[in-house]
Every structure is written in structure tokens, then in C-alpha cells.
Write a protein that binds this ligand. Structure first.
Ligand SMILES: Nc1ncnc2c1ncn2[C@@H]1O[C@H](COP(=O)(O)OP(=O)(O)O)[C@@H](O)[C@H]1O
Ligand SMILES: Nc1ccn([C@@H]2O[C@H](COP(=O)(O)OP(=O)(O)O)[C@@H](O)[C@H]2O)c(=O)n1
Ligand SMILES: [Mg+2]
Length: 229
């Protein structure tokens, strides 16, 4: 149809993303673990662009797209939308951005998401940020989130926890076996969680830390400058 999404596909069904080669960090964790909250902090501090798979799917519903009804039903049930749909939305957002580094929040949520993304885009994530939080705390947070989401009710929350344990944890285990998971204790207050997050990102990514800080060390008549980053 000549849309930007169609244009993203080149010969052999490979995505144009294999040309753009963006830097990608997957941000995973149970519903309510604080992914969106911490992504906002990372954007502010490290200059990434935040792409929430859930937000992109909700925007697709609101755009009146033909897949809208199906997406709406799946979100209401807490089930996972087929990867073709979510991946196209992610690709479009990445290609439309001038940035080259992205936080992909809430994706991949199952093995099918993961394997399809990898084969279609050829992108290998730099690392996975995993927000580890108890169900009791996640439930408390979601029930006071107040964003008017159709899935933030106790019945759907329970279904989403089940999907997380049965389908999403295996993705985290997969990347863990490759040494790519940075696990964060997400049960603490927002500021404390962000301290742990900051320690994970390479300091050279830090927007407020772009110039190396040096301090002099004197050795007799020589003065050496030691870089702190
Ligand atoms: N560390 C935290 N402690 C307490 N509340 C938090 C924390 N992180 C996020 N929240 C709140 O919990 C709710 C869920 O957070 P959110 O970032 O939307 O999580 P997710 O994207 O993982 O579902 C929001 O209302 C948010 O303000
Ligand atoms: N990769 C994804 C991400 C979200 N979703 C759907 O979108 C819903 C909300 O996802 P979300 O990431 O906004 O939810 P939170 O983890 O932020 O609470 C999920 O429960 C799924 O129904 C999906 O199908 N596939
Ligand atoms: Mg979220």
C-alpha cells in the first residue's frame, strides 16, 4: 500500500531496520513493575527514545485501524497480540525517529514475539533490563494507577500475572542464559530503583556526564589526570 511500514520491508522480507541498525534495550518485567515509570527517567537522563508496546497497541485501537477490535479484545483479556502487528508498530516508530537508541518496553512478551522480532529485524538487543517485583506490590500499584485502562481491574490483572509467568518469564530466561539480563530490584521506591538503573547504563550514555571529569593526582613533580568515567 506504500505506507512507511510497507516501505520498511525490503527484499527477502527483511526489515529496513537491518539497514538502520538501531541500538535497542528491551525493558521487561511484570505488569505494574514500573517499566514505564523508569523508562521516562532513562529518556530524561540517557537520551533514549521510549517505545511502549502496550502504548503503541492502544494508539492503534484509537486510530480506528482494522485490527483495532482484535487488539482491544486481547488487551481486555490480558493475552498477547500476534507479533506481526506489534512488530510493525515498533518498526514504524523506530524508522520515524531520528534517534538511534531505543528502549522497547513490554516487548518481547513471549517466545513468538522474541523469535519473530529477531528474524524480521535482525536486531539483537544490547541488554535486557528486568524489573523484578512481587505480585502483591505490582497488584497494589496497578490498582492505584488510575489511567483508565480497561485491563487494570483485578480479574484481568490476575490473567496478566498468569501470562507473565507462563509466557514472558521464558524470554527473560532465554536472555539470561546469554548473559544479557540486568536484573533490578523493582520493589523499592522510584528514586532507589532509578539509582540501580543508572548503574546499569554505560556512563558514556549519560547526557549530564558527557565530558570526562578529571582530577589531578600528584606524583612528585608530575601531575597525572585521572578520568573518573
Ligand atoms: N517504584 C515504585 N514504587 C511505587 N509505585 C511505583 C513505582 N514505580 C512505578 N510506580 C507506580 O506504579 C504504577 C505502575 O507503574 P508503571 O510504570 O505504569 O508500570 P508498568 O509499565 O511496568 O506496568 C504507576 O501508577 C506508577 O506511578
Ligand atoms: N508485546 C506486547 C505488549 C503488550 N501487549 C498487550 O498490551 C497489554 C498491556 O501491555 P502494557 O505493556 O501496556 O502493560 P504494563 O506491563 O505496562 O502494565 C498486555 O497485557 C497485552 O494484552 C501485547 O499483546 N504484546
Ligand atoms: Mg507500562
Amino acid at each position: 500500500m506504500g505506507t512507511i511500514v510497507d516501505a520498511a520491508y525490503t527484499e527477502g522480507n527483511k526489515s529496513a531496520l537491518s539497514v538502520k541498525k538501531p541500538k535497542v534495550v528491551f525493558v521487561l518485567g511484570g505488569p505494574g513493575s514500573g517499566k514505564g515509570t523508569q523508562c521516562a527517567n532513562i529518556v530524561e537522563h540517557f537520551g533514549y527514545t521510549h517505545l511502549s508496546a502496550g502504548d503503541l497497541l492502544r494508539a492503534e485501537i484509537n486510530s480506528g485501524s482494522e485490527s483495532g477490535t482484535m487488539i482491544q479484545n486481547m488487551i481486555s483479556e490480558g493475552t498477547i497480540v500476534p507479533p506481526e502487528i506489534t512488530i510493525k508498530l515498533l518498526e514504524k516508530a523506530i524508522l520515524e525517529s531520528e534517534n538511534d537508541k531505543f528502549l522497547i518496553d513490554g516487548f518481547p512478551r513471549n517466545e513468538e514475539n522474541r523469535a519473530t522480532f529477531e528474524s524480521v529485524t535482525g536486531i539483537v538487543p544490547k541488554f535486557i533490563l528486568f524489573f523484578d517485583c512481587s505480585e502483591e506490590e505490582m497488584e497494589r500499584r496497578i490498582l492505584s494507577r488510575n489511567q483508565g485502562r480497561v485491563d487494570d481491574n483485578i480479574e484481568t490483572i490476575r490473567k496478566r500475572f498468569k501470562v507473565f509467568v507462563e509466557s514472558s518469564l521464558s524470554v527473560i530466561n532465554y536472555y539470561n542464559s546469554k548473559g544479557k539480563v540486568k536484573k533490578i530490584d523493582a520493589g523499592k521506591p522510584v528514586a532507589e530503583v532509578f539509582e540501580a538503573v543508572k548503574a546499569v547504563f554505560n556512563p558514556v550514555d549519560d547526557k549530564v556526564n558527557l565530558l570526562p571529569r578529571c582530577y589531578p593526582i600528584e606524583f612528585g613533580r608530575y601531575v597525572m589526570y585521572h578520568r573518573t568515567i
